[in-house]
Design a protein around this ligand. Structure first.
Ligand code: RP5
Length: 169
């Protein structure tokens, strides 16, 4: 595989894309370059091993891995690399209620962590990836500070709006 951007977004199936694209959208907004592709733990196991073993050497710094149902991709990739892996449990068509995917990604054995976000929480995976890169990049850290300031302001606008509404009752 060729030289890569710092973030690699992988998912078990094309059907995960609507969820996983939320991570990509956040990174786009921050101007952080990423690659995005499908790597299936069960259906392309050799591609998964090749990907995970080569990722660090290609320049990847953080892997975001999403999967649904019996979601083995994030954990197996984490077992094959020293890069941080952020896991996104996806509520997929083969998922009973999402818990299967959450627990498959969350309940890793000691020694092989996966930083698991909420069900379908790919946006938070994008934010967390940016925060990891931001530890060594002031520009990214500044953008994250701005993002957090704006979302605080948005909530405070809602607080004020609700108070005005109440006053007018
Ligand atoms: C998982 O099975 C994939 O990550 C996806 O969430 C789920 C269903 O895959 P498809 O049957 O839609 O390809 O491995």
């Amino acid at each position: 595989m060729s030289q890569a951007p710092q973030v690699s977004i992988i998912m078990g199936s094309q059907s995960d894309l609507p969820v996983m694209s939320k991570a990509a959208e956040f990174l786009d907004g921050m101007g952080i370059d990423y690659e995005i592709t499908i790597v299936s733990a069960h259906r392309t196991p050799e591609r998964m091993v090749t990907f995970a073993k080569a990722a660090r050497g290609r320049g990847v710094k953080v892997i975001i891995a999403g999967a649904g149902g019996a979601a083995h991709l994030p954990g197996m990739v984490a077992s094959l690399t020293t890069l941080p892996v952020i896991g996104v449990p996806v509520k997929s068509s083969n998922s009973i209620d999402g818990w299967d995917s959450i627990l498959s990604i969350l309940q890793m054995p000691n020694g092989v962590p996966v930083a698991t976000v909420a069900l379908d929480g790919a946006k938070n995976a994008g934010i967390l990836a940016a925060e990891i890169l931001g530890t060594a990049n002031d520009n990214i850290a500044d953008q994250l500070a701005d993002f957090k300031k704006k979302q605080t302001e948005k909530v405070m606008e809602s607080v004020a709006q609700l108070a005005r509404q109440k006053d007018n009752e």
